[in-house]
Design a protein around this ligand. Structure first.
Ligand SMILES: Nc1ncnc2c1ncn2[C@@H]1O[C@H](COP(=O)(O)OP(=O)(O)OP(=O)(O)O)[C@@H](O)[C@H]1O
Ligand SMILES: [Mg+2]
Length: 259
Protein backbone atom coordinates (compact mmCIF):
# COMPACT_ATOMS: atom_id res chain seq x y z
CA UNK A 1 0.00 0.00 0.00
CA UNK A 2 1.24 3.47 -0.84
CA UNK A 3 1.71 5.52 2.32
CA UNK A 4 2.18 9.26 2.76
CA UNK A 5 5.63 8.64 4.09
CA UNK A 6 8.38 9.94 1.83
CA UNK A 7 11.14 7.35 1.46
CA UNK A 8 13.38 9.13 -1.04
CA UNK A 9 13.58 12.83 -1.74
CA UNK A 10 15.93 14.80 -3.96
CA UNK A 11 16.21 18.53 -4.04
CA UNK A 12 17.79 20.56 -6.86
CA UNK A 13 19.98 17.60 -7.73
CA UNK A 14 22.48 18.49 -10.46
CA UNK A 15 25.29 16.74 -12.28
CA UNK A 16 27.22 17.83 -15.36
CA UNK A 17 29.82 16.09 -17.47
CA UNK A 18 31.93 18.82 -19.05
CA UNK A 19 29.37 20.94 -20.89
CA UNK A 20 26.59 18.34 -20.69
CA UNK A 21 24.03 19.08 -18.01
CA UNK A 22 22.96 15.48 -17.49
CA UNK A 23 20.77 16.20 -14.45
CA UNK A 24 19.67 19.75 -13.72
CA UNK A 25 17.93 20.91 -10.55
CA UNK A 26 15.84 17.77 -10.24
CA UNK A 27 13.55 17.73 -7.21
CA UNK A 28 11.23 14.77 -6.78
CA UNK A 29 10.14 12.29 -4.16
CA UNK A 30 9.17 8.67 -3.85
CA UNK A 31 6.64 7.58 -1.27
CA UNK A 32 6.93 4.32 0.63
CA UNK A 33 5.17 1.46 -1.18
CA UNK A 34 4.98 3.17 -4.57
CA UNK A 35 6.02 1.98 -7.97
CA UNK A 36 7.33 5.23 -9.36
CA UNK A 37 8.25 5.45 -13.01
CA UNK A 38 10.86 7.67 -14.63
CA UNK A 39 10.46 8.22 -18.35
CA UNK A 40 12.11 10.52 -20.85
CA UNK A 41 13.80 10.45 -24.25
CA UNK A 42 17.30 8.99 -24.71
CA UNK A 43 19.90 11.10 -22.94
CA UNK A 44 17.29 12.74 -20.65
CA UNK A 45 19.39 11.93 -17.57
CA UNK A 46 17.51 8.94 -16.16
CA UNK A 47 20.52 6.66 -15.64
CA UNK A 48 22.57 9.56 -14.31
CA UNK A 49 19.82 10.20 -11.75
CA UNK A 50 20.09 6.53 -10.69
CA UNK A 51 23.88 6.86 -10.48
CA UNK A 52 23.47 9.87 -8.19
CA UNK A 53 20.93 8.11 -5.95
CA UNK A 54 23.08 4.97 -5.65
CA UNK A 55 26.28 6.89 -4.89
CA UNK A 56 28.09 6.09 -8.15
CA UNK A 57 28.36 9.84 -8.81
CA UNK A 58 28.62 12.65 -6.33
CA UNK A 59 26.17 15.45 -7.18
CA UNK A 60 27.58 18.86 -8.17
CA UNK A 61 24.71 20.44 -6.23
CA UNK A 62 21.57 19.49 -4.40
CA UNK A 63 20.57 16.97 -1.78
CA UNK A 64 19.34 13.40 -1.50
CA UNK A 65 17.42 12.19 1.54
CA UNK A 66 16.71 8.53 2.09
CA UNK A 67 14.38 7.71 4.97
CA UNK A 68 15.00 11.17 6.39
CA UNK A 69 18.79 10.90 6.32
CA UNK A 70 20.94 13.12 4.10
CA UNK A 71 23.04 10.89 1.93
CA UNK A 72 24.38 12.81 -1.09
CA UNK A 73 28.05 11.90 -1.51
CA UNK A 74 27.90 8.51 0.24
CA UNK A 75 29.61 5.58 -1.50
CA UNK A 76 27.61 2.86 -3.32
CA UNK A 77 28.18 0.27 -0.56
CA UNK A 78 26.91 2.77 2.02
CA UNK A 79 23.73 3.30 -0.01
CA UNK A 80 23.33 -0.48 -0.29
CA UNK A 81 23.66 -0.82 3.50
CA UNK A 82 20.94 1.78 3.94
CA UNK A 83 18.59 -0.28 1.79
CA UNK A 84 18.94 0.84 -1.83
CA UNK A 85 19.51 -1.81 -4.50
CA UNK A 86 19.58 -1.56 -8.28
CA UNK A 87 19.81 -3.34 -11.59
CA UNK A 88 21.63 -2.04 -14.65
CA UNK A 89 20.55 -0.92 -18.11
CA UNK A 90 22.92 -3.55 -19.54
CA UNK A 91 22.59 -6.80 -17.59
CA UNK A 92 25.58 -7.21 -15.28
CA UNK A 93 25.89 -10.71 -13.90
CA UNK A 94 28.79 -12.92 -12.84
CA UNK A 95 28.51 -14.98 -16.01
CA UNK A 96 30.56 -17.99 -14.93
CA UNK A 97 28.82 -18.32 -11.58
CA UNK A 98 25.66 -20.31 -11.13
CA UNK A 99 22.27 -18.64 -10.85
CA UNK A 100 22.25 -19.46 -7.12
CA UNK A 101 25.76 -18.06 -6.56
CA UNK A 102 24.81 -14.81 -8.27
CA UNK A 103 22.03 -14.33 -5.74
CA UNK A 104 24.24 -15.42 -2.83
CA UNK A 105 26.73 -12.69 -3.76
CA UNK A 106 23.85 -10.23 -3.49
CA UNK A 107 23.49 -11.10 0.22
CA UNK A 108 26.90 -9.58 0.90
CA UNK A 109 25.83 -6.25 2.48
CA UNK A 110 23.55 -8.14 4.87
CA UNK A 111 25.96 -10.74 6.27
CA UNK A 112 28.23 -10.42 9.24
CA UNK A 113 31.07 -12.66 8.09
CA UNK A 114 30.86 -11.31 4.54
CA UNK A 115 30.54 -13.31 1.38
CA UNK A 116 34.25 -13.92 0.85
CA UNK A 117 34.86 -15.56 4.20
CA UNK A 118 31.60 -17.47 3.79
CA UNK A 119 32.72 -18.69 0.38
CA UNK A 120 36.02 -19.93 1.78
CA UNK A 121 34.38 -21.35 4.90
CA UNK A 122 36.45 -19.31 7.32
CA UNK A 123 35.80 -19.74 11.03
CA UNK A 124 32.15 -19.63 12.04
CA UNK A 125 30.92 -18.76 8.59
CA UNK A 126 29.56 -22.18 7.64
CA UNK A 127 26.22 -21.73 9.38
CA UNK A 128 25.92 -18.31 7.87
CA UNK A 129 26.62 -19.70 4.42
CA UNK A 130 23.77 -22.18 4.85
CA UNK A 131 21.44 -19.33 5.77
CA UNK A 132 22.59 -17.27 2.77
CA UNK A 133 21.91 -20.27 0.56
CA UNK A 134 18.43 -20.82 1.96
CA UNK A 135 17.57 -17.16 1.60
CA UNK A 136 18.89 -17.11 -1.98
CA UNK A 137 16.80 -20.17 -2.86
CA UNK A 138 13.74 -18.53 -1.34
CA UNK A 139 14.29 -15.45 -3.53
CA UNK A 140 14.80 -17.59 -6.65
CA UNK A 141 11.49 -19.26 -5.80
CA UNK A 142 9.84 -15.86 -5.42
CA UNK A 143 10.99 -14.68 -8.86
CA UNK A 144 10.15 -18.07 -10.40
CA UNK A 145 13.54 -19.48 -11.47
CA UNK A 146 14.47 -21.77 -8.57
CA UNK A 147 14.45 -24.76 -10.96
CA UNK A 148 17.45 -23.18 -12.70
CA UNK A 149 19.45 -22.52 -9.51
CA UNK A 150 22.40 -24.68 -10.62
CA UNK A 151 22.56 -23.34 -14.19
CA UNK A 152 25.54 -21.24 -15.19
CA UNK A 153 23.99 -17.78 -15.37
CA UNK A 154 25.18 -17.10 -18.93
CA UNK A 155 23.13 -20.14 -20.07
CA UNK A 156 19.87 -18.46 -19.05
CA UNK A 157 17.76 -16.94 -21.81
CA UNK A 158 18.18 -13.16 -21.82
CA UNK A 159 14.76 -12.49 -20.28
CA UNK A 160 15.61 -14.69 -17.30
CA UNK A 161 19.00 -13.00 -16.91
CA UNK A 162 17.07 -9.79 -16.28
CA UNK A 163 14.95 -11.64 -13.70
CA UNK A 164 18.12 -13.02 -12.07
CA UNK A 165 19.53 -9.52 -11.80
CA UNK A 166 16.37 -8.48 -9.96
CA UNK A 167 16.72 -11.54 -7.69
CA UNK A 168 20.27 -10.55 -6.84
CA UNK A 169 19.15 -7.02 -6.00
CA UNK A 170 16.36 -8.44 -3.80
CA UNK A 171 18.94 -10.50 -1.91
CA UNK A 172 20.24 -7.31 -0.30
CA UNK A 173 16.78 -6.92 1.29
CA UNK A 174 16.30 -3.44 -0.11
CA UNK A 175 13.67 -0.98 0.96
CA UNK A 176 14.03 0.78 -2.38
CA UNK A 177 14.70 -1.08 -5.63
CA UNK A 178 15.93 0.88 -8.66
CA UNK A 179 15.41 -0.82 -12.02
CA UNK A 180 17.02 0.66 -15.14
CA UNK A 181 15.02 -0.46 -18.20
CA UNK A 182 14.24 -3.99 -16.97
CA UNK A 183 11.95 -4.66 -19.96
CA UNK A 184 14.58 -3.75 -22.53
CA UNK A 185 15.17 -6.74 -24.81
CA UNK A 186 12.17 -8.68 -23.45
CA UNK A 187 9.36 -10.01 -25.63
CA UNK A 188 5.67 -9.28 -24.94
CA UNK A 189 5.12 -12.34 -22.73
CA UNK A 190 8.29 -11.71 -20.72
CA UNK A 191 7.30 -8.06 -20.30
CA UNK A 192 3.87 -9.04 -18.99
CA UNK A 193 5.49 -11.46 -16.50
CA UNK A 194 7.92 -8.74 -15.44
CA UNK A 195 4.99 -6.40 -14.73
CA UNK A 196 3.43 -9.04 -12.49
CA UNK A 197 6.73 -9.64 -10.71
CA UNK A 198 7.12 -5.91 -10.03
CA UNK A 199 3.61 -5.85 -8.57
CA UNK A 200 4.50 -8.75 -6.25
CA UNK A 201 7.73 -7.00 -5.23
CA UNK A 202 5.71 -3.94 -4.28
CA UNK A 203 3.26 -6.18 -2.37
CA UNK A 204 6.25 -7.44 -0.40
CA UNK A 205 6.66 -3.91 0.91
CA UNK A 206 9.53 -2.86 -1.34
CA UNK A 207 9.29 0.55 -2.99
CA UNK A 208 10.22 0.51 -6.68
CA UNK A 209 11.75 3.21 -8.86
CA UNK A 210 11.51 2.18 -12.49
CA UNK A 211 13.22 3.69 -15.52
CA UNK A 212 11.50 2.30 -18.57
CA UNK A 213 10.91 3.00 -22.26
CA UNK A 214 8.04 0.50 -22.53
CA UNK A 215 5.10 2.88 -22.21
CA UNK A 216 2.36 0.25 -21.83
CA UNK A 217 4.20 -1.37 -18.94
CA UNK A 218 4.98 1.96 -17.29
CA UNK A 219 1.46 3.34 -17.62
CA UNK A 220 -0.02 0.10 -16.36
CA UNK A 221 2.01 -0.55 -13.22
CA UNK A 222 3.23 2.84 -11.99
CA UNK A 223 1.40 4.78 -9.29
CA UNK A 224 3.19 7.95 -10.35
CA UNK A 225 5.58 8.99 -13.09
CA UNK A 226 8.38 11.53 -13.27
CA UNK A 227 9.11 12.77 -16.79
CA UNK A 228 12.61 14.01 -17.58
CA UNK A 229 13.80 15.89 -20.63
CA UNK A 230 17.27 17.36 -21.22
CA UNK A 231 18.23 16.66 -17.60
CA UNK A 232 15.24 18.49 -16.18
CA UNK A 233 12.04 17.48 -14.46
CA UNK A 234 9.42 18.10 -17.11
CA UNK A 235 6.37 16.77 -15.28
CA UNK A 236 5.27 14.52 -12.45
CA UNK A 237 1.89 12.89 -11.87
CA UNK A 238 -0.30 9.84 -12.23
CA UNK A 239 -0.14 7.91 -15.53
CA UNK A 240 -3.45 9.53 -16.52
CA UNK A 241 -2.13 13.01 -15.85
CA UNK A 242 1.12 12.31 -17.69
CA UNK A 243 -0.64 10.97 -20.77
CA UNK A 244 -2.59 14.22 -21.08
CA UNK A 245 0.23 16.61 -20.22
CA UNK A 246 0.81 18.91 -23.23
CA UNK A 247 4.57 19.31 -22.66
CA UNK A 248 5.02 15.57 -22.24
CA UNK A 249 3.12 14.91 -25.44
CA UNK A 250 5.32 17.48 -27.19
CA UNK A 251 8.52 15.84 -25.89
CA UNK A 252 7.31 12.47 -27.17
CA UNK A 253 5.89 13.79 -30.42
CA UNK A 254 5.09 10.90 -32.70
CA UNK A 255 5.41 8.25 -30.04
CA UNK A 256 2.60 6.24 -28.52
CA UNK A 257 2.02 7.39 -24.94
CA UNK A 258 -1.30 5.68 -24.32
CA UNK A 259 -1.22 2.25 -22.67
N1 LIG B 1 29.97 9.28 -17.50
C1 LIG B 1 29.55 10.18 -18.39
N2 LIG B 1 30.43 11.00 -19.01
C2 LIG B 1 30.04 11.92 -19.92
N3 LIG B 1 28.75 12.11 -20.27
C3 LIG B 1 27.82 11.34 -19.69
C4 LIG B 1 28.16 10.33 -18.73
N4 LIG B 1 27.03 9.71 -18.32
C5 LIG B 1 26.04 10.28 -19.00
N5 LIG B 1 26.50 11.26 -19.81
C6 LIG B 1 25.68 12.15 -20.67
O1 LIG B 1 24.65 12.68 -19.86
C7 LIG B 1 23.41 12.71 -20.59
C8 LIG B 1 22.38 11.88 -19.86
O2 LIG B 1 22.73 10.50 -19.99
P1 LIG B 1 21.91 9.34 -19.28
O3 LIG B 1 22.65 8.06 -19.56
O4 LIG B 1 21.67 9.68 -17.87
O5 LIG B 1 20.54 9.36 -20.10
P2 LIG B 1 19.32 8.35 -20.07
O6 LIG B 1 18.09 9.15 -19.84
O7 LIG B 1 19.59 7.22 -19.15
O8 LIG B 1 19.30 7.84 -21.60
P3 LIG B 1 18.90 6.40 -22.20
O9 LIG B 1 17.39 6.39 -22.27
O10 LIG B 1 19.50 6.42 -23.57
O11 LIG B 1 19.46 5.34 -21.33
C9 LIG B 1 23.73 12.22 -21.99
O12 LIG B 1 23.97 13.34 -22.80
C10 LIG B 1 24.98 11.39 -21.80
O13 LIG B 1 25.76 11.37 -22.97
MG1 LIG C 1 19.80 5.21 -19.38
Amino acid sequence: MVSDRVLLETESLSKSFGGVHAVQEVSFSVRQGQIKGIIGPNGAGKTTLFNLITGVYRPDRGSIRFDGERCAGLAPHQMAERGIARTFQNVELFERMSVLENVMVGRHPRTRAGFISAAFRLGGARGEERLIREKALEILGFVGIVDKAEWVSSALPFGLQRVLEIARALATEPRLLLLDEPASGLNAVETRDLGRLLGRIRDRGITVLLVEHDMSLTMEICDEILVMDYGRRLAEGTPREIQRHPQVIAAYLGEELVA
